[in-house]
Write a protein that binds this ligand. Structure first.
Ligand code: CA
Length: 435
């Protein structure tokens, strides 16, 4: 999602080569490696400030890259990868250092949740999804029967993750995971992903020239990570290969299997848009507070179209993503399962809502507070620092608005006689500045 830095890259590259450490300049091979592999890297240290993300650490790790790969052979052997496969797939492997810029990119401006929904749930995406459901009806029938997972959710994941496979990424997964396993601040985690990617190639599940994905190694129309593939991929068309890139049956069934194994409740939906009464105690909107739909009704919460909840004993938590001016949602257990697929609330909501639209459901009824400007990263950081200064616990201010910041905003709102919806609006920031 991060934007490339355009012409700035060329200048940064020149600076990188000029400032390469003397030790590296002494050996031709390291210099050659740096010249070849830093072609797209900004040469700048990562914004995280992590010691593995300084420009020097990245250069040193790059110089050591072939050794780093070689050191993983014993672990590969333990996974029953043959020496021949290991050599074949790692021969000539070089790091893709552009990934270092992407790993630490912290966009100054983030999108509002309504922007994500506008982008991800469009008429074109609904139409294409319905065509996919139609075209692959027999597979969806069989998969639904086997795994008990709603076909519309699977189609929606396919649509949200990659626009039904149109934008699944074109970076070789082995190279991306090898880079992240040997360079930068996530090496421990990515060693497992790299070795799993090698296993996939060794078993011949995915065609090597089709084994491409995002910079972080998620691949195929529904974006499996290599370790998730190992755990959840299935050979539904029984051709002997689990192919979540080129086999529609394997893609649909593997995605369903992942949701099933993560606790999907058959026959239950993901959630409902709800209207909140003006008298609502907003402190109830906590993901740890699970009430039955019947109990939520007693709190005055209803569906906007006046329809009854079909199953009053299902348990849900209340999510109010844009504060009191926006819609509320009652989230059932299956919403948490979608969050395990994609942990961002806005994406999970887009998946749930797109699924409803594919099923023939209506658009959301209530308006979003589109007049609200989303706080920039600097403003989010300032908000947290001001909350902290006024004695509200936000943890370590990091510019990321999580549950702790939301709770701190609520405490501040209560103290100042406002509705405690926890929404980080510009007016909350202004009130904090004025104190
Ligand atoms: Ca197969």
């Amino acid at each position: 999602m991060a934007k490339t830095r355009g012409n700035h890259l060329i200048l940064a590259l020149a600076a990188t080569l000029l400032s390469a450490p003397a030790a590296a300049q002494q050996t031709g091979s390291i210099q050659a490696l740096l010249a070849r592999d830093s072609a797209d890297w900004s040469g700048e240290p990562g914004a995280s400030g992590h010691p593995e993300m300084t420009a020097d650490a990245i250069r040193a790790a790059t110089a050591d890259f072939p050794n780093c790969i070689a050191r993983m052979w014993p672990e590969a052997a333990k996974r029953n990868i043959s020496r021949a496969s290991f050599d074949r797939f790692t021969r000539g492997l070089t790091p893709d250092l552009k990934i270092m810029d992407l790993l630490d990119s912290q966009p100054e401006f983030t999108k509002a949740i309504w922007d994500y929904l506008d982008i991800l749930v469009t008429d074109a995406r609904i139409e294409k999804g319905r065509a996919m459901l139609d075209q692959h009806r027999a597979v969806f029938d069989a998969v639904e029967k086997t795994y008990g997972v709603d076909r519309y959710i699977i189609a929606a994941i396919w649509g949200v993750e990659t626009n039904y496979g149109a934008i699944a990424g074109n970076r070789p997964v082995l190279r991306s995971t090898a880079t992240l396993a040997c360079v930068g601040r996530r090496q421990g985690y990515f060693r497992g992903e790299f070795l799993s990617a090698l296993e996939i190639l060794h078993h011949g599940d995915i065609r090597p020239d089709h084994f491409n994905g995002s910079w972080a190694g998620a691949f195929g129309p529904t974006q499996f990570m290599p370790t998730a593939f190992k755990r959840y991929a299935v050979d539904f068309d029984r051709d002997g290969r689990r192919d979540t890139v080129d086999s529609i049956a394997d893609i649909i069934a593997s995605t369903a299997n992942k949701l099933h194994r993560n606790g999907w409740t058959t026959g239950e939906t993901w959630g409902y848009e709800v209207v909140l009464p003006t008298t609502l105690n907003f402190m109830l909107a906590e993901d740890r507070r699970q009430l039955t739909l019947a109990e939520w009704q007693r709190h005055g919460i209803a569906r906007p179209d006046g329809k009854p909840f079909p199953r009053l004993h299902d348990k849900a938590y209340l999510l109010v993503p844009a504060g009191v001016q926006g819609p509320g949602f009652l989230m059932l257990r299956n919403f948490r399962v979608i969050l395990r697929y994609n942990p961002a609330e806005s994406y999970a909501l887009a998946i749930g809502h797109l699924a409803d639209r594919l099923r023939g459901g209506e658009p959301l009824v209530q308006n979003w507070p589109r007049y609200e400007r989303v706080l920039s990263r600097a403003e989010r950081l300032e908000l947290q620092q001001l909350l902290e200064r006024h004695g509200f616990d936000v943890g370590e201010p990091d510019g990321q608005l999580g549950g702790r910041t939301r709770a701190a905003i609520r405490d501040f709102q209560i103290k100042t006689g406002r509705i405690p919806d926890g929404f980080a609006s510009t007016s909350v920031l202004e009130r904090l500045r004025g104190r």
